[in-house]
Design a protein around this ligand. Sequence first.
Ligand code: BDR
Ligand code: CA
Length: 334
Amino acid sequence: MSTKASTNAAARLPVIFDTDPGVDDAMALLFAHRHPAVRLVGITTVFGNADVAVTTRNTLFLAERFGIDAPVARGAALPLVRPPRGAAVEVHGHDGLGNLPEPVTACRQPDARAAHHFIIDTLRARPGEVTLVALGPLTNLALALAEEPAVARLARQVIVMGGAFGTNGHGGNASPVAEANVLSDPHAADAVFTAPWPVTIVGLDVTHEVLMDDAAFARLRDEGGAEGAFLWDCSRHYVRFYGRAAGVRGCFVHDASAVACLLEPALFGQRAGAVRVVCDGIAMGQTIQAEEGKRYSHAEPWADLPSQRVCTSVRAADVLALFVRTVCGGAGGR
Ligand code: BDR
Ligand code: CA
């Protein structure tokens, strides 16, 4: 490697990518891998779109397919408290990757450590440097915090795809008020949002504004190499689901929007304030922010908690352009 190339590699932002692939997780993984500002230092898996054996196998498969050599550590199989919700077959297919025509297999083995131990070790080794990008239920991050609370002071920042704050008419996708990742482990999400690390939450308030149509997927297929063509294949089932469920032509870009927020936060309008998660009852999984600077007569559940950032608006066309350009290897891509 030339001196220039190795310097650039050193300057890239180290990221642990926590994921439950998942079609949109696959899109986000290729996006992060192909962007020159990111260095994936590890991938951790979690139950969510499928059980953790499947999401781990899918992650190893994707890492091989995309040429990613970062270690993959298997994570939590179950939520902290609530019973599991089960696989999202209707959304992500029986294999979790949109019912691919080929069998999903992997030769690589996962790291020997559990995901939360991998997170603790990596943050300790590089204090203040590593960003966590979390795209599934937040169980691994909550387990890391429970075992070693100091990790909250060691992470550079945490970017989460999850939650729904009801702005711009955007409610939940798993219940009228709850987003799927948060509903899958609300206790974990509450622990992560209330810990003293800087969290940016990219929820349905913005991801339901970012609609990717087949013309954009066709660009990936035609200009994004074999990996772009793979995203076309694995998105067909997902796009059909959104047509049925939401009446849209295309799919919402959930997980890749969180990667976009890491890369270009200025594309997102953000609101500051402490965030809590409802952990039981019919509103389980609802995310609620007490806006900074507002006075409430009943503020006790949010009192003295760290102020986190919630995305409330997005320049959707620019997010889509960044994603497509990066995957297709143009400006902003490798
Ligand atoms: C989130 O839930 C999962 O189905 C997606 O992968 C995404 O992370 C959207 O609510
Ligand atoms: Ca996901």
